[in-house]
Ligand binder design. Structure first.
Ligand code: RIB
Length: 284
C-alpha cells in the first residue's frame, strides 16, 4: 500500500532562461532560451514523492492570477491532492526567475507572492500522514505548526538557508541540506534527535545520526542538463523511501538515484523521475 505524505510548502511558476552564461552582478547576457514550468520547492517535493508512488496531500497558497493554474497543473495531472492549496484574493502566485548555464548550474530568485501567507491554520487541514515534509519557502510559523502535528517522520529540507528556531533542528526526525546549507547551519545541525542527510552534488550524499555517519550513497554517472529540482527530488524520494520502511542505506541510494535522474532533463517538475526509472537505474 502507498505511504501518505503531507507536504507544507511553496508553489511557484518557474520562468527559465537557459543556455547562456550566468550573469555577474550588473551584467546583461543574451542568447538564452526561454521556458516556463511549474515549480516551488514544496510543489516539486510533493510531485517527486507522488511520482515515486506516495499518496501526497499538499498545503500551500497561490494567487488569484492566471499563473496559479499553470503552477498547479502537474500536481493536479499526477494526482497530488491540492485541496489544501488556497487561492489568495488579490495576491500574485509565487514566481521563480531561473537562469541555467550551459553546464546545467543555476541561479534562482524567487518573488514569493502568496507563499508568504501560508500560516499555522492552513496546516490544521492536513489529514493523517505517515510523514510530513517541509522546506523554508513558506513562513516558519507554518513549518513549526507542521512539526507540532508530526507523525513518526517529520522531515525538513532547510532550504533556502535561514535562521530557524533551535527546536526545529532538535526535534525533526530528518534534516536535509546541501553543502552550502550544511555550512550555514554548522554544528547545530547535529545537535538533534534526528538524522541529517547532506547532498554533495556529484559526490553523492551522506546520512548522519548524532554526528556519526550511518550511510553513504554514491553519485550516479549521468549527463548533467539542468540541476534545478534535483535537491527537491532527493528530498521527496528520501522521505518516501523512509516512510515505506526502507533501511536508511537503501533509502539514501534510492534518493540519490532519483536525484541523478532529475539532472538529466530540463526544468524542475518536468524532470522528476518515475518509480520505474529509479528502480531501473538501481538495478545492478
Ligand atoms: O528547488 C528548485 C525550486 O526553487 C524551483 O522550482 C523554484 O521555484 C525555487 O523555489
Amino acid at each position: 500500500m502507498s505511504v501518505r505524505i503531507g507536504v507544507v510548502g511553496s508553489v511557484n511558476l518557474d520562468l527559465v532562461a537557459s543556455g547562456a552564461p550566468l550573469p555577474k552582478a550588473g551584467e546583461t547576457v543574451t542568447g538564452a532560451r526561454f521556458a516556463q514550468h511549474p515549480g516551488g520547492k514544496g510543489a516539486n517535493q510533493a510531485l517527486a514523492a507522488r511520482r515515486l508512488g506516495a499518496n501526497v496531500y499538499m498545503v500551500g497558497r497561490v494567487g488569484d492570477d492566471a499563473l496559479a493554474e499553470t503552477a498547479l497543473s502537474l500536481l493536479r495531472r499526477d494526482g497530488v491532492d491540492v485541496q489544501g492549496v488556497m487561492a489568495e484574493i488579490g495576491q500574485s502566485t509565487g514566481v521563480a526567475l531561473i537562469a541555467v548555464s550551459p553546464e546545467g548550474e543555476n541561479q534562482i530568485i524567487v518573488a514569493s507572492g502568496a507563499n508568504t501567507l501560508v500560516d499555522a491554520g492552513d496546516v490544521m487541514g492536513l489529514p493523517e500522514c505517515d510523514a510530513i515534509l517541509c522546506q523554508l519557502e513558506v513562513p516558519i510559523v507554518a513549518v513549526m505548526a507542521a512539526l507540532d502535528r508530526a507523525p513518526n517522520l517529520f522531515a525538513i529540507n532547510l532550504a533556502p538557508a535561514i535562521t530557524v528556531p533551535d527546536r526545529l533542528l532538535k526535534e525533526a526526525n530528518l534534516l536535509i541540506v546541501n553543502e552550502g546549507e550544511a555550512e550555514f547551519y554548522g554544528p547545530a545541525l547535529h545537535t538533534g534527535k534526528g538524522m541529517v542527510a547532506v547532498t554533495l552534488g556529484g559526490a553523492g550524499a551522506v546520512l548522519y545520526h548524532t554526528g556519526e555517519e550511518i550511510a553513504r550513497a554514491p553519485a550516479f554517472d549521468v549527463p548533467v542538463v539542468d540541476t534545478t529540482g534535483a535537491g527537491d527530488t532527493f528530498c521527496g524520494a528520501l522521505v518516501t523511501a523512509l516512510a515505506e520502511g526502507q533501511a536508511p542505506a537503501d533509502a539514501m541510494r534510492f534518493a540519490s538515484a532519483a536525484g541523478a535522474l532529475a539532472v538529466t532533463r530540463p526544468g524542475a517538475q518536468p524532470s522528476l523521475p518515475s518509480r520505474q526509472a529509479v528502480e531501473a537505474l538501481l538495478k545492478p
